[in-house]
Design a protein around this ligand. Sequence first.
Ligand code: LFR
Length: 481
Amino acid sequence: MTATIAAIDLGASSGRVITARVGEERLEITDIYRFPNRSVRLSGTLHWDILGLYHDVLEGLHRIDARHLDSVGIDSWAVDYGLLDREGRLIGNPVHYRDDRTTAVIDRVHDRVGSRRLYEINGLQFLPFNTLYQLAAEPFLGQAGTLLLIPDLISYWLTGQRGAEQTNASTTGLYDVCRGTWSDEIIDALSLPPGIFPGLRSPGEPAGRILPAAGAFPGTPVTTVASHDTASAIAAIPAVDRNVAYISCGTWSLAGVESSAPILTEEGRAANFTNETGVDGTIRYLRNIMGLWLLSESLRTWGVAPVELGSLLDRAAEIPALRSVIDPNDPVFMPPGDIPARVAHYCAVTGQPVPETKPEVVRCVIDSLALGHRIAIEQALTLSGQRADVVHIVGGGAQNALLCQLTADAIGLPVIAGPVEATALGNIGIQARSLGLISSLTSLRSLIAETQPLRTYEPIESSAGWANAANRLRASTSASA
Ligand code: LFR
């Protein structure tokens, strides 16, 4: 038996609708429609263009050239949400996690529940945009009947059914990672209206059927997938029978290991490691690194089209490694804007050569990301007590040969790059499993390893230079603080 499955995958920079034919030992994907995801600043607040995105989702479904779909699944970036009023209408427009509205409320949240207690319950790394901080700055809470995370919102518009998908709920800060439930303790302490949080559903559960109003594939089942894009991407790492670490590399780099249970140590909290829920109760023990955002935002600043990145990377590859490095996670790099100018300023104040040409900026960013990957993977292995023989890079970053090679050099381990569309493949894989076509997470990963193009990068340069650079970066982090 084979099935036709569609994945709607909304990333922070672009979205896509992909279909797949899945059967025993068969997994072929077809790109149907890609569209940009742009932020919109309005009255001083940075928003998502959520209706534009919904329009593109419908456009993507319209373009599928099939008579019948067996199932559709939706994933997106985490953390952000839409509020519905008691009649189910959207209140306001979802705010972008890069908006700075939480700066003023973080201390207030921590006064109510200390960071240690938060970590004991939610196991989440501190990111200023975690949903619990956004809700503390939310003006429309009083009118809200329901909070829906972005994929749940799109799913609601397609089907009329509401729910809160578990892997994404685990990124809100309001989720008890050991119990697998919303945390009443945190919700009470922050005086949030408990009724706005819908019942949880896990990857694989039915999520309703497409309404006729959507205008395409009415009646098609929507299946709950691992709706946090990172959870879907990690479900699709082509890892079988080896000790592995991974980097899901797109707008963000998410670098870490898989664990069978939360790791809630004080060392892990201090290193800002997160315990996000994955498929089948697995835990993604990882840290966020600012990722390809630094490159895409630099290209936007320069007015350089993404297709020209290849030639810039070729020129960057000629420049000697590690002339200057930035801490990619410095908060200065978070908001949209002139990243190259911020990189130059960072290098100047930390006493490093200032990158002047475009290839020099690109080289500095790629070196810094590779170094960030090294530091995070080293920490993940130490903190989890795991070993790794290989590092998987999945997502858009797997296409960036320079970044993959430098990551292998920096870590001193082989890097297996691919699949590029890991998130969509994870989304499709969970649907295929609930259709009975794949038996387990392990067989999904084997199927991906057997059917998708992968490339291995062996470390070339000795990792000694990278070890020194890692120390330099730690020193420059304190200097720039
Ligand atoms: C990656 C990702 C990360 C999350 C960040 C913000 O696309 O989902 O996992 O920390 O975006 O939502």
